[in-house]
Design a protein around this ligand. Structure first.
Ligand code: FMN
Length: 336
């Protein structure tokens, strides 16, 4: 049950401090002397910088002094493009990965329990946080989380080095999934399958349009103008790019969480390598298409998302917005 604390009397919910954008988080801004829940709230700002399908940010958090609970926010689901909540779970997995990256960078010890309460399928993870084991902060790790973007293909046309791509592959494997590189000859096979399943899908376009906000500067979710890409178009401009298909062991809720975490490991590694990555998850929203693509490309595991990796000389365009923490916290009983 929710109970107001004395903190609330001092700091109403409309306080600009808890309404501020997580995009403004600073690696040097860790509140060293704050109570633990204030420190965990700081770490959450990195969690919510994770990628999410259509930037829907389908997560909710509850923070106590000892733990962070991650829930799926099913109300932010995309019924047409994500009928199984697969991408939702991948997005939440990416947020969990970012949270653990931030805790590592801040020197906290922690333990992650996935699906800790099987009677509540929305409770995806509990992260029990122990004392900090060191006082220094890995600011460059935090900067990488802030710098990560998914970008429009037109911003990235240079060939990535073999070494950089292998580093991304290794990071994905370390995260618990795999990335199969798609040979140029196989791109036509993928495109054929994509076309076959997206040719007559106006409902997908409609749902996508709901999350596109070309001229809404105040929106805290969705995709602003300049950061937009066509979900089926990452293969349209193959110049210089390398394509990969991320696959998981199994194809159920826990696999999707793991896949999202591994995806974020790859994206952060790509950021470190200076690579630009764009993503495409349709028509993989249909389980039989995931199977079809897996067979066509001889992928070991369940395909989850396509990646396009390339070098870029231009800036990635405007960052996508994020909802303030107060909008993603279930229990507002925290202080800054
Ligand atoms: C599971 C998942 C699926 C995604 N699918 C697509 C996609 O099909 N097409 C696309 O353009 N972007 C896709 N994205 C990228 C999101 O649009 C992007 O993460 C979001 O707009 C936030 O922007 P950012 O990654 O730059 O922070 C996907 C991201 C995730 C995590």
């Amino acid at each position: 049950m929710f109970a107001y604390t004395t903190e609330h009397l001092r700091m109403p919910l409309s306080s600009p401090r808890i309404r501020e954008s997580p995009r403004d988080v600073k690696p040097e801004g860790f509140p060293m002397g704050a109570p633990r829940h204030g420190q965990l709230k700081y770490a959450l700002q990195y969690a919510v910088l994770a990628p999410s399908t259509h930037n829907s940010q389908p997560w909710l958090f509850r923070v106590t002094d000892e733990s962070v609970f991650l829930f799926a926010d099913r109300s932010r689901g995309l019924p047409a493009i994500d009928p199984e909540d697969r991408c939702m779970l991948m997005s939440c997995g990416a947020a969990l990965q970012n949270l653990t990256y931030a805790l590592d960078a801040l020197g906290f010890r922690y333990r992650v329990s996935r699906f800790p309460d099987l009677s509540d399928p929305d409770l995806l993870a509990r992260v029990d946080v122990k004392a900090r084991s060191r006082r220094d902060i890995d600011t460059s790790a935090l900067e990488n989380i802030i710098a990560r973007r998914t970008v429009a293909p037109q911003n990235a046309v240079l060939s990535p080095s073999v070494e950089a791509v292998e580093n991304v592959q290794r990071a994905i494997e370390k995260g618990g999934a795999s990335m199969t590189l798609i040979r140029p000859d196989d791109i036509d096979i993928v495109l054929q399958i994509v076309d076959e399943h997206l040719a007559d899908a106006p409902i997908l376009a409609k749902e996508e349009a709901v999350w596109r906000h070309p001229n809404r500067a105040r929106s805290r979710d969705g995709i602003p103008g300049g950061a937009q890409q066509q979900s089926s178009s990452i293969f349209m401009d193959p110049a210089g790019a390398v394509f990969g298909l991320l696959a998981t062991h199994g194809d159920r809720m826990s696999s999707w969480m793991r896949g999202g975490a591994a995806l974020e490991c790859g994206l952060i590694a790509a950021t470190r390598e200076g690579l630009a990555v764009s993503l495409s998850s349709t028509p993989l929203h249909l389980s039989h298409v995931r199977k079809q693509i897996g067979v066509a490309l001889s992928v070991d595991g369940a395909p989850q998302i396509f990646l396009r990796l390339a070098g870029s000389n231009s800036s990635p365009g405007p960052a996508t917005p994020r909802r303030p923490l107060v909008d993603v916290m279930i229990h507002p009983g925290f202080s800054a």
